[in-house]
Design a protein around this ligand. Sequence first.
Ligand SMILES: Cc1ncc(C[n+]2csc(CCOP(=O)(O)OP(=O)(O)O)c2C)c(N)n1
Ligand SMILES: [Mg+2]
Length: 578
Amino acid sequence: MLNTATKTEASGAEQELTDGFHLVIDALKLNGITTIYGVPGIPITDLGRMAQAEDIRVLSFRHEQNAGYAAAIAGFLTKKPGVCLTVSAPGFLNGLTALAHATTNCFPMILVSGSSEREIVDLQQGDYEEMDQLAIAKPLCKAAFRVLHAQDIGIGFARAIRAAVSGRPGGVYLDLPAKLFGQVMNADAGAKSLVKVIDPAPAQIPAPSAVKRALDVLKSAKRPLVILGKGAAYAQADDAIKSFVEKSGAPFLPMSMAKGLLPDLHPQCAGAARSTVLKDADVVMLIGARLNWLLSHGKGKSWGEAPKKFIQVDIEPKEMDSNVEIAAPVVGDIGSCVTAMLEAMGGNWPSPPADWLNAVKTKRDDNVAKMAPRLMNNNSPMDYHGALGVLRTVVKERPDAILVNEGANTLDLARGIIDMYQPRKRLDVGTWGVMGIGMGSAIAAAVETGKPVLAVEGDSAFGFSGMEVETICRYNLPICIVIFNNDGIYRGTDLNSAGSDPATTVFVKGSRYDKMMDAFGGVGINATSPDELKRAVNAAMDSGKPTLINAVIDPAAGSESGRIGNLNPQSILKKKQA
Ligand SMILES: Cc1ncc(C[n+]2csc(CCOP(=O)(O)OP(=O)(O)O)c2C)c(N)n1
Ligand SMILES: [Mg+2]
């Protein structure tokens, strides 16, 4: 396997040799990892070159954080760890946000960073890019390892891969000191030292008693609700999940990145009746969804007064009872759990009471009807609804395209308005609501799936990764970026009440982000009405050419923090001053 051998004369005998560089590459290839996202520099420049020469796709970014977000979402899309490769100290730190993000979102990812000389780092003698990276990474990921000897590279990667994808997936850090790459060893011994990870994410079968308990609780429900989280989307158990939800007859609510697991237009989808189903359900089954802030911790006003029982299906036993009592915990991988429940339901599972199904349907239809005329407006400058009404149709006509979405109003409104039709087609800010995932996610989505990508970006959100438009043009990726340009964060109308500086939330008025794309040879378009936007996006999605559309949005259209303004801390002092 090693076409890397060098012939040398050692004590008279001819030996085939390999080195750390090639062992890293061979360890990745042996485990089916064929793409690396990163930024070159000492000590990993040659590693990237050699990997490319050995048919690994190496995508060079402009900033490690974006490469890291690409690796994280590649992990989500493929169930294999996405690999991000960085230089030492500053490059490592730039990648670290993405590693922590991957861990928080349960995406399998490996951050591989070169590091400086251990002897000098540990004595703090001021090496080039000196930093104790392993110690810093540890609290921010699922596991962190350092490899000091070439013969341990195989084991190091095996441990990293297994840690990333088994159980609840997450981020793993792998520290490779500069000296490791040049270490040579006998090629045969090197080949033998590599480990092909067998069954990296073993199935975790739920206990039959837990399955029975869960179904008993579900059957007792008068007003059942199923909530699908991105863990359910990650599981790639799409058919089993669809069959289970349909057999249960319960309304379902998809969390943001679970949209499309069953189509948003499915008759059981309660997405447009969210507040009603949360308040009124009496039994809630969570499948790969956590009761964190995104679900108001399973208690309080949004969950209403009606007593509730929770069933939770999750691979992580510690998740149970995290916020409220879980009446029926089902621990195992989502595919195995849902399949087991489906089998145990038998042939004549009773439909939930008709008054509940009708109540949800009425609410949903009302809300959809109320929204409809707003989505058809052709105002110029555009408001969010007019612009999103257009994008909603674009996605409807191209259900296999991938939608990347970040911002505040741009995120919250797009999530509600753009229906999804297929699993894992909506990629967004995830558990932390982090700005900056946009271009990394778009690039990885295009690279990993070969599908066209539509990135719907707030103007602020885009700024966090905007330089990667050059990367998109360089690799000629089928990505259409639409920037909702409302001159700022939340709104472009804030004023500074004191000095002459602009307010903290506003940007240069009338910016032309489309010209950034012109600079790198992509297609840049300024769209001032829904009609113009529609034409431009359709052309971009059909051509597959890198495109950036500056969608001019009324600066007064948005609201503070989008839909989560209630999370802003308040002080009575502020009110008195106002
Ligand atoms: C890394 C990071 N920094 C800052 C924030 C705070 N934040 C939340 S939304 C947002 C930008 C919202 O503006 P924009 O993307 O233009 O969307 P709009 O509401 O204007 O449509 C910011 C800075 C964040 N979520 N993540
Ligand atoms: Mg904005």
